[in-house]
Design a protein around this ligand. Structure first.
Ligand code: M6R
Length: 607
């Protein structure tokens, strides 16, 4: 949460930072600000305000924001409300700071350093700035080291010292910072996305290392003051993939990209007609020796895990738990050396998932992470990583990351089945052929976008929407429902359809649209009966059903979408696209900011 940018070089920093903040806005968008070192007059200039980056941009037209070295921030409020004074950067004495994370002991620090009455904001971040300012006596490294040792919590700081022209200092604990050299200087950010326009070479600043950026390059020291080496990485994201590509919102663009990114995720991992993770270093031992699997993830990534659970339990016959990462450690988790832990995360920075993964590793569990962002904290904290090749996902609502996570889970399940000797050549061939067909099937659904738009229209004025299904259908509805809530603000609940009659059916009225998904042959008759139950209570049913078969029952739907046919276990893919598009169109037609729903942020780095 919170986007961070810093630039030092020969160009005007404000323009570069404002552009970067727009790219980073998905991390938080309640306020924004920049600070620039004034190389002529000395001192630091700050422009900040509550609101979006566009508001900051217009504020900057009224202020002197010239300068070639600066830091910028886009905020997702944790401590202190949304107002100009709580926006970052925070200046205290000679230091100006931007911060991502939470300083847990800020109250103790206020007391210890007698800061009461001296602070201008309600933020924990300004407290850190004040402590840093107290320790700063000309040696930035010493001051940062001393400050860091006093802080409890998570942080990524970028700092300007007003008497050190042209230099940006940064340090982090848990919260991410990446840095890179540019042709005329250097840049740092919370995200690779902001680096991509400048270079493909970057590095992840290691935890508790102090990095200094200047026009002459980048230096890094550990907390004992020893110079540290830099581990460069290459980003393979294409910059053109970070724009909206002619669509009104990133969410639509990202939905439309799914056939391509699924292909890019799957094809490099198929050798001789079989899934292959040798490039990731994942040997078959790991997949054959575990007795159970525990998936840890949050939100959409957790919903991908639920699909993985159904696949693995059905095909491998081993027990899979899917645990909300935010709850993992508070429920006395039972994981051990025989439990393969799979952490799933688009950003690779979700702190709940990261902490749960670290905990599981301490318990001796082998681990694989499925991550979209190269070099992210979760990727580095796990033993092995499988990258989804979804490319940058900018819309807060996750779409293509979800389906690429599913694609990896399909591959992993198959590799596990083959490694355990459960499938013969024929079964492998059929499964892999179906897996490779996903992109084409997705294209078929995407080509029917307008049909889905009409279905979405029926939900525009709804106050509540229910989504019902069983088994795999229920798992994908959990995701479909999250998507609808997130971007349209319509209350929506996914319900296992057999469970409705145990209470929730009381909420169904003629005003409640119900989306029912029926894709699993073995569950079909029961699902259809459950649909009749809600229909009898007046609900208007939107039926997503596999294929074109004629239903024996009288008409039980008010709208129907016939999904292209795949083997049952793959029907998740076409059905998910329909649910994503329904959520998208409802949000679009309500005139909402589809890509930046209220109160949310793309990367959740606070617990
Ligand atoms: O980056 P991650 O995949 O770890 O993020 C997990 C959730 O925060 C994320 O999936 C969230 O639920 C999405 N906004 C849903 O669209």
């Amino acid at each position: 949460m919170c986007g961070i940018i810093g630039y030092t070089g020969k160009k005007q920093a404000s323009e570069i930072m404002l552009d970067a903040l727009e790219l980073l806005e998905y991390r938080g968008y309640d306020s924004a600000g920049i600070a620039l070192l004034d190389e002529k007059e000395g001192g630091t200039k700050v422009a900040k305000c509550a609101g979006r980056v566009k508001d900051l941009r217009s504020l900057c037209t009224q202020k002197d924001v010239s300068g070639t070295c600066g830091i910028g921030h886009t905020r997702w409020a944790t401590h202190g409300g949304v107002c100009d004074s709580n926006a970052h950067p925070h200046r205290f004495g000679k230091v100006t700071v931007i911060h991502n994370g939470i300083i847990e002991n800020y109250r103790q620090l206020i007391e210890k350093y007698e800061l009461d009455g001296k602070l201008r904001s309600q933020t924990d971040s300004e407290v850190a700035a004040a402590v840093l300012s107290r320790f700063y006596q000309g040696d930035p490294y010493a001051a940062i080291r001393k400050t860091v040792l006093k802080l409890k919590g998570t942080f990524a700081f970028a700092v300007l010292f007003e008497d050190i022209p042209g230099k940006i200092f940064a340090v982090r604990n848990v919260s991410p910072i990446v840095a890179a050299s540019t042709e005329d200087g250097a840049i740092l950010s919370s995200d690779v996305a902001a680096i991509v326009p400048f270079t493909t070479q970057y590095f992840v600043v290691p935890e508790l290392h102090v990095v200094c950026l200047s026009r002459d390059g980048i230096e890094m020291y550990d907390l004992s003051g020893d110079r540290a080496g830099i581990e460069w990485m290459t980003v393979d994201w294409d910059i053109s993939r970070s724009d909206k590509g002619g669509y009104p919102f990133y969410m639509e663009k990202e939905i439309m990209e799914q056939p391509r990114v699924i292909e890019e995720t799957v094809l490099p991992r198929v050798k001789d007609g079989k899934p292959d993770f040798s490039a990731e270093g994942i040997g078959d031992d790991m997949l054959t020796q575990c007795r159970r699997i525990c998936v840890i993830a949050c939100g959409t990534a957790m919903h991908a895990g639920l699909v993985g659970k159904s696949l693995i339990q059905a095909m491998i016959g081993i027990h899979v738990d899917v645990v909300m990462a935010s709850e993992f450690m508070y429920n006395d988790p039972v994981v051990d050396g025989e439990t393969l832990v799979i952490a799933i995360s688009q950003s690779g920075e979700t702190i709940d998932t990261l902490e749960a993964l670290k905990f599981a590793r301490k318990c001796g569990s082998p681990s694989i992470s499925i991550v979209n962002v190269k070099g992210a904290s979760i990727a580095r904290a796990s033993e092995y990583v499988i990258y989804t090749h979804a490319g940058p996902e900018i819309a807060v609502a996750s779409t293509k990351a979800y389906t690429t996570q599913l694609a990896v889970l399909y591959l992993l399940t198959a590799r596990m089945a083959i490694a355990r000797g459960l499938w013969d050549e024929d079964k492998t061939k059929r499964y892999m052929a179906e897996l490779l067909r996903i992109p084409r099937v997705m294209e078929e659904v995407l080509a029917r976008k307008e049909e889905i738009h009409h279905i979405a229209d029926t939900m525009l004025n709804a106050r509540d929407v229910f989504m019902i299904g069983r088994g795999l259908d229920y798992s994908i509805l959990l995701e479909g429902s999250l998507k609808l809530k997130e971007v349209s603000y319509i209350h929506s609940e996914a319900y296992a359809s057999g469970e409705l009659k145990h209470g929730t059916i009381a909420l169904i009225t003629s005003e409640t649209p119900v989306i029912a998904v029926v894709t699993q042959e073995k569950l079909k008759s029961k699902e259809l009966s459950n649909i009749k139950e809600v229909q009898s209570r007046g609900a208007k049913v939107i039926l997503l059903i596999k294929g074109g078969e004629v239903l024996e029952q009288e008409k039980i739907w008010s709208r129907i979408f016939r999904l292209p046919v795949m083997e049952d276990e793959f029907m998740v893919m076409p059905a998910s696209i329909v649910l994503q598009l329904i959520a998208y169109f409802v949000s679009l037609d309500k005139g909402l900011d589809v890509d930046k729903p209220r109160n949310l942020a793309k990367v959740v780095t606070v617990e």
